[in-house]
Design a binder for this molecule. Structure first.
Ligand code: HEC
Length: 140
């Protein structure tokens, strides 16, 4: 009787953990307007190195495609947001307001196949650290 009760309690305690693991962190969302604003900011601040099409810069790595996605999409969105805000553009890192960095990250997500949603992407590393990438469409 005693062992049986213990196994039942252990089973109940484990269930929420398994559920959380299966579902993972909530995916981030961004709005179409945010991504469009981000594209403009990208062209003004990033394209000189990374290229207007994100993969055609002579001085910096591609920001779209399988290599880029392989590096970032398994991490929280906070990782990418934090990296960009802390390092880009080189020599002027952190010069853009947080909202602008969030817009650029939204544009990078869209450029890697993620669909815009109804809510804006947060401009806060702590919030974004609890959010996963929206699933990219495989072909883009
Ligand atoms: C002066 C050239 C230059 C500009 C302008 C620039 N970058 Fe970069 N960027 C680089 C270089 C060089 C690297 C690779 C070295 C590194 O990772 O620090 C890089 C790396 C990155 C990475 C990581 C790529 C990877 O493969 O993981 C991201 C993301 C990024 N930049 C985003 C941006 C964004 C967004 C902007 C505009 C706000 C920007 N960069 C502006 C030169 C630039």
């Amino acid at each position: 009787l005693f062992l049986g009760a213990g196994a039942l309690v252990a089973g109940l305690a484990l269930a929420p953990g398994l559920k959380a693991h299966a579902n993972g962190p909530a995916p981030a969302t961004f709005t179409p307007a945010q991504a469009a604003h981000g594209q403009q900011l990208y062209l003004d601040n990033c394209a000189s190195c990374h290229g207007p099409d994100l993969n055609d810069g002579g001085y910096a790595p591609s920001l779209k495609g399988q290599v880029f996605r392989g590096k970032w999409t398994d991490k929280s969105v906070g990782e990418l947001y934090g990296f960009v805000a802390a390092n880009m553009p080189p020599g002027q890192a952190g010069d853009m307001p947080p909202e602008d960095y969030a817009a650029v990250v939204a544009f990078l997500m869209q450029s890697n196949g993620a669909d815009a949603g109804s809510g804006p992407l947060a401009s806060d590393t702590n919030v974004l650290s609890a959010e996963a990438w929206p699933a990219p469409k495989p072909a883009s």
